[in-house]
Design a binder for this molecule. Structure first.
Ligand code: FAD
Length: 293
């Protein structure tokens, strides 16, 4: 379980980081919390010649919020900071819930929100709520900056849109709509530190009448190589009054959209059934939360 020899860099500014990322290219890996990277190195799945540790770059850290505009979360923000942020709990509840479910206390104190999306595991905890909440990622290199929705950033199992020399620097979350609520849940095989068999996040907006669904985003994780944004569930529910019958139909539709595999954690059949369970549960929870029930 020894690591290969590598050259270690700890830049202090974004400019220094981007210069290193450009100069070292594919020879280097970004080191954030190391909770995925170092395991892959120990298992000899990758042997980077250089590591660029981004933990000393203040600009990649911190959570800020501007009323009416939304929040910006630095890529190197630890999951534990998100879990304990009053702002995230108040405004972006599904993300707060997911952060509290990632690994153990020790893992959450090391792991970063950026690393979770950049590793792009199909079972990752935070991309699902981030996508439901409309998060965009900011990607930087010495050539410039680009932004894209997170659902376009994660392309497959451990595949992202990052090109050589690029770094994910922050997430931008829009201001939550009035009369909206988000919820997250997962199903795993046991309660402690398991990898999710299925996870899901819902972000629901209601009309002024407090019954009609004005907008809805439902995202499923661990049922495909990348998070699935449901097209059918919003198609069935938006513009309609919330009802148990509609929720049942939506749950079956979501299950039809999932593309699960059978593996060590769950069979495809079980995962499909759990999509039904989570859809039903989260739609009801989000609806009740908007109405303050
Ligand atoms: C015991 C244990 C339990 C775990 N449980 C869970 C769990 O329940 N749910 C879950 O989702 N995950 C879990 N994980 C996985 C891991 O903790 C998370 O994926 C974590 O968020 C990764 O973040 P990191 O900062 O440690 O990333 P790192 O390991 O530092 O990096 C991961 C990858 O992303 C790249 N990278 C990191 N940051 C950037 C950036 N800003 N720009 C470009 N590339 C970057 C790295 O080069 C590397 O390829 C667990 C891990 C362990 C060891």
């Amino acid at each position: 379980m020894f690591l290969n020899h590598f050259e270690y860099f700890a830049p202090k500014t974004p400019a220094e980081t981007l210069e290193l990322a450009s100069r070292l290219g594919n020879k280097a890996k970004i080191l954030a919390g190391g909770t995925d990277l170092l395991i892959m190195m120990k298992e000899k799945l990758i042997k980077p010649e250089c590591l660029i540790d981004i933990n000393e770059v203040q600009e990649f850290k911190g959570i800020s919020y501007e009323p009416g505009k939304g929040a910006v979360i630095g890529a190197a923000v630890k999951i534990s900071e998100i879990e304990h942020s009053e702002l995230i709990r108040e405004k972006y509840f599904a993300l707060y819930q997911a952060a509290g479910e990632l690994g153990s206390v020790q893992v959450r104190c090391m792991a970063t929100i950026g690393g979770n999306s950049c590793h792009a595991s199909p079972a990752a905890e935070t991309p699902t709520p981030l996508i439901a909440l409309g998060a965009k990622v900011v990607i930087e290199s010495i050539s410039g900056t680009r932004e894209m929705p997170l659902e376009e950033f994660i392309l497959g199992n451990r595949i992202t849109a990052l090109k050589e020399g690029e770094i994910l620097t922050k997430f931008i979350l829009p201001e939550p709509a009035k009369k909206s609520a988000s919820r997250y849940a997962y199903i795993g095989l046991r309660d402690a530190m398991e990898i999710d068999a299925v996870n899901m996040a819902v972000n629901m907006v209601l009309d002024d009448d407090g019954r009609t669904i004005k907008d809805l985003k439902l995202v499923m994780g661990s049922v495909s190589p990348r998070p699935i944004v449901s097209a059918e569930v919003p198609g069935m529910l938006v513009g309609k009054e919330f009802s148990s019958e509609l929720v049942e139909k939506a749950a079956v539709a979501a299950s039809g959209e999932a593309k699960p595999i059978s593996d060590i954690r769950a069979s495809a059949e079980y995962r499909r059934e759990m999509v039904v369970v989570l859809t039903r549960r989260l739609l009801k929870e989000a609806f009740d939360a908007v109405r303050g029930v």
